[in-house]
Design a protein around this ligand. Structure first.
Ligand code: DGY
Length: 320
């Protein structure tokens, strides 16, 4: 019997994923569950045929240039691949895959939670009840922004953007989107296409980001673009922190031009932005968009499906 490929799993994936990986591969799991460092990745390239990393491991060009020739595939346990220098990996002949589709609903659920929580003062409301500071009620108390029937702008109408739009339709929202190209009518489901981000922003009483972080989208939501939003807009980001100029967003929140924000991702992770912590109009979560049991299993299985195909000599479904 031929030897099983040797696989390094960089973080503690779901039990079902680890059990399947142990059955099919000669696997080492980083049970400490700490992010893999540059030195870890370089060492792994000499000892393993394959790696299953998360977005917490950074395959920069500098790191990849130091790889030993053994490593053949990076089968990401994530849909986002901004932690991977794809040209550098390609130049070394290393295959790269991701896990699209399977996390769209879980991430869209978190976007809905953030949109509602930001619009309806979830942070301040929870705090005053929790701390016993709730000693007043009036019809003018904690009045928020209604989601039902409002105009929603989506930047990035890929799988997650479409899943978010499907859920937002439950709130009868008027959906607009920007994407590099219009999506097919059966996917747009009546949403209005805007050929530029600027055009979309003008109608986005609620704005939700669903595009990947690339050199072209870094800092996409900057001061000039935030100023184009209708006054009192709500901004939601479940994609990547790099899409947002955080200083500009903070200034817009402090001036009241942006009423509230719901953020699941930040420029610095883990940790977030301490300057945001003083703002009760920012509802924040620690990058848990895809963190459900069902989705974690599905992500792990999708990464293993890609590995299985690769080692069977086939093209993995999610080869980038
Ligand atoms: C993804 O899959 O890109 C999520 O952000 C979790 O890593």
């Amino acid at each position: 019997m031929s030897q099983k490929p040797r696989l390094w799993i960089t973080r503690r994936l779901s039990d079902a994923t680890l059990a399947r990986a142990a059955r099919d591969y000669d696997v080492v799991v980083n049970e400490a569950d700490t992010p893999g460092t540059a030195a870890d990745l370089i060492a792994a390239s000499a000892d393993f045929d394959a790696v299953v990393p998360c977005h917490s491991e950074h395959f920069s060009a500098e790191v990849v240039a130091q790889f030993a020739p053994r490593l053949k595939i990076v089968a990401n346990h994530s849909v986002g691949v901004d932690h991977c220098d794809l040209p550098a990996l390609k130049a070394r002949g290393i295959a790269v895959t991701n896990t699209p589709d399977v996390l769209s609903d879980a991430t869209a659920e978190i976007a809905i939670l953030l949109m509602l929580g930001a619009a309806r003062h979830a942070v301040a409301g929870d705090r005053i009840v929790r701390t016993g500071a709730w000693d007043f009620w009036s019809p003018s108390f904690m009045v928020g922004k209604q989601v039902t029937g409002a105009r929603l702008g989506i930047i990035g109408m890929g799988r997650v953007g479409q899943a978010f739009a499907r859920k937002a339709r439950g709130f009868e929202m008027e959906i607009h989107y920007y994407n590099r190209n219009p999506v097919a009518d059966d996917l747009a489901q009546g949403a209005t296409y805007h050929a530029s981000v600027e055009s979309l922003l003008g109608v986005a009483d609620f704005l939700s980001l669903h595009c990947p972080a690339t050199p072209a989208t870094k800092g996409l939501l900057n001061a000039e673009r935030l100023a184009l939003l209708p006054k009192g807009a709500v901004v939601v980001n479940t994609a990547r922190g790099a899409l947002v100029d955080e200083a500009a967003l903070l200034a817009a929140l402090q001036s009241g031009h942006v009423a509230a924000a719901g953020l699941d991702c930040f420029v610095t992770e883990p940790g977030g932005n301490p300057a945001f912590a003083t703002q009760e109009n920012i509802f924040m979560l620690p990058h848990i968009g895809s963190a459900t049991t069902k989705t974690r299993d599905a992500m792990g299985f999708r990464a293993l499906d890609n590995l299985d195909a690769f080692f069977a000599g086939k093209s993995p479904k999610d080869l980038l």
